[in-house]
Design a protein around this ligand. Structure first.
Ligand SMILES: Nc1ncnc2c1ncn2[C@@H]1O[C@H](COP(=O)(O)OP(=O)(O)OP(=O)(O)O)[C@@H](O)[C@H]1O
Length: 296
């Protein structure tokens, strides 16, 4: 299988604190991968390593077969839209399309113009005067016009309302399907991801907590509801991700190796959002409590 990004035990440190630690993933080509995790999990740090803006302090990162920090030629095949959708605010969208043509060897200006026209973005208004969502669309159109093999988007939908978010993701999926571009996008908003992405990477406190194809992840988890669980083994369960109890009843999110046939348990298929939230709920906050000097 071809991989667009391979991180091998990657670590990145700011001062004494590791923002990423022992992070190992391989993202297959041709997918839209969602990178999710709570604030401060290391998503932007990971994306900055992927586009060669910084270099790992441990391990190695290869993007499109090359080290993106050492080998700047790979940048020609990468599209990147940073978190605050930085575009030159005094320029109009049309001027930015022209400028992109001067700065890039490969540049599909008609693609950018068509997208922006379709989205109703005014060509001759300074982009600083567009709405946050419109600016995000301009940044995406410029990134797509580069015709990258891998498009990396840091929180592209954060500033969009639910309808604009849905439209943005749909139009992104459409462009990706046409061009065969692979996409890695970070997001806090879990609800849309099941529909628009096919691969998932969950970061928690700098570590890759859960990685895989979204269909496989959903198929490999079940929610079990049954009598108070005291640790006895349950057939078909390979790991308990999270358990919640009342006096009489337990609700478990589990990883499975096959069907659960134990009649004591009611078996439900969790949503991707449920699965991600339960994995993230395992957060270990002891270190932060120590730093604040308060008891955990
Ligand atoms: N330039 C920096 N200097 C010092 N610490 C940094 C720097 N950049 C990031 N960090 C720290 O690294 C950790 C990960 O930050 P990062 O921005 O990668 O998280 P994130 O998952 O993108 O968060 P968010 O969802 O809030 O954008 C945080 O603890 C952050 O404070």
């Amino acid at each position: 299988m071809e991989h667009v990004l391979v991180a091998d035990a990657v670590g990145k440190r700011f001062g004494k604190r590791w923002a990423l630690e022992d992070c190992t993933v391989a993202l297959p080509a041709g997918n839209v991968t969602a990178l999710v995790g709570p604030n401060g999990a290391g998503k932007s740090t990971f994306l900055h390593l992927a586009v060669g803006l910084s270099r790992p302090d441990a391990g190695g990162m290869r993007v499109l077969g090359a080290d993106p920090y050492e080998n700047i030629t790979v940048l020609a095949d990468l599209g990147f839209v940073a978190q605050d959708t930085p575009v030159y605010r005094d320029f109009t969208a049309d001027e930015l399309v022209v400028m992109g043509g001067r700065l890039n060897r490969r540049w599909d200006a008609p693609l950018a113009r068509n997208r922006l026209a379709q989205l109703g973005i005014p060509p001759r208004k300074q982009v600083g005067k567009l709405s946050g969502g419109q600016r995000a669309q301009v940044a995406l159109a410029l990134a797509l016009a580069k015709r990258p093999r891998l498009l990396i988007l840091d929180e592209p939908v954060a500033s969009l309302d639910p309808l604009a978010r849905q439209e943005f993701l749909q139009s992104l999926m459409g462009s990706v399907a046409e061009s065969g571009t692979s996409v890695l996008l970070s997001s806090h908003i879990l609800a849309d991801l099941e529909r628009s992405c096919d691969y998932l990477m969950v970061l928690q406190a700098g570590r890759a907590q859960l990685t895989g194809g979204i269909d496989d992840i959903v198929a490999g988890h079940r929610r079990l509801i049954g009598p108070r669980h005291l640790g006895e083994p349950i057939g078909g369960v390979t790991a308990i991700v999270r358990e919640r109890h009342t006096d009489r009843q337990s609700t478990l999110l589990v990883r499975t190796s096959g069907p659960i046939s134990d009649p004591l348990w009611t078996v439900q298929e969790p949503t991707l959002e449920d699965i991600i939230l339960d994995h993230l709920a395992q957060r270990d906050e002891r270190a932060t409590y120590e730093e604040w000097g308060v008891a955990a």
